[in-house]
Design a protein around this ligand. Structure first.
Ligand code: SAM
Length: 274
């Protein structure tokens, strides 16, 4: 495996242990509420009913979203390259009696590790920035969508990623990072996890890549999928220093900010029946 991906995998193994116990993921509520699901209302509405459908969750972390889809009736397979993430997902599924299958694989190697095609291929919330090759990602996505099925992603908007996101004030937009894909990763020392910034993570680094919205959409089209919609949102699903939290729990530019900025997006793409 590429050394940058190997370092990211080590990081995700460490973050899984931290994140599992964090208030951010609130596993206790998920455990205690048989109907507790960790999916946004807009995703549920945009994906539509999944009862009885096969659903592949790419980059599933420790499976809370995968198990949420199972709780609303999907027949779920989750995949992630972190052995710790997958082991935790399997253990949680077994503990809660939720049927789901989990596979350990680097995303790019998944077609060699997992057979079959799925009615729905799903991925969300902090996934694309870990991937060096967006065209290769789109080919993997398209490989797993059944003809007549679809792919759905909701993710931070690439435009929101170009601004410094730490140690800035609400509303302070400081142009800092690339918009288009770059070969070499951006590398950062890690301090804690996004779910628990105070957790010890000495010596861990993260490697990330950017991909423009045009590159993401074009890669999916080139891989044979048909774009059904691309929605851009004025909110982010997690804290960013230049945003403020609203009453609905989402993060937006401070009220009164002049102009507008897309902060998150969702996209649905179908695979035509040949
Ligand atoms: C931010 S998490 C996804 C978050 C998930 N939506 C959640 O909140 O539970 C990103 C996931 O991508 C996985 N990942 C990163 N690079 C990967 C790769 N090359 N192949 C497979 N999984 C990868 C990580 O292990 C991690 O679980």
């Amino acid at each position: 495996m590429d050394p940058a991906l190997r370092a990211n995998r080590d990081l995700w193994d460490a973050w899984t242990k931290i994140n599992f116990g964090s208030a951010f993921y609130d596993v206790a509520s998920f455990r205690n509420g048989e109907r507790s699901i960790r999916l946004a209302d807009y995703e549920l509405a945009e994906v539509g009913p999944v009862e009885g459908k096969t659903l592949l969750h790419l980059q599933c972390h420790f499976g809370l979203d995968s198990l949420s889809w199972a709780r609303v009736g999907a027949i779920v397979t989750g995949a992630d390259f972190s052995p710790e993430g997958v082991a935790t997902a399997r253990a949680l599924a077994a503990e809660l009696g939720i049927p789901a299958t989990f596979v350990i694989a680097n995303l790019y190697d998944l077609p060699a590790e997992l057979d079959g095609q799925f009615d729905v291929v799903y991925t969300s919330n902090g996934v694309l920035g870990w991937l060096p090759d967006i065209a290769g990602w789109a080919r993997v996505v398209a490989h797993f969508v059944k003809p007549g099925g679809f792919f759905y992603v909701t993710e931070i908007h690439p435009v929101a990623q170009v601004f410094e996101n730490e140690d800035v004030q609400p509303g302070e937009l400081r142009l800092t990072y690339p918009y288009w894909s770059h070969r070499e990763p951006l590398t950062f020392e890690v301090h804690g996890s996004y779910a628990d910034p105070s957790a010890p993570t000495d010596g861990l680094v993260e490697h990330g890549w950017d991909h423009s919205l045009g590159e993401i959409v074009s890669a999916l089209i080139l891989a044979g999928l048909r774009i059904e919609f691309l929605h851009e949102f004025d909110f982010a699903n997690w804290p960013i220093d230049f945003l403020v939290q609203g009453a609905d729990g989402r993060w937006r530019l401070p009220p009164g900010t002049a102009g507008q900025l897309p902060l998150f997006f969702s996209l649905k793409a179908s695979k035509p029946v040949a």
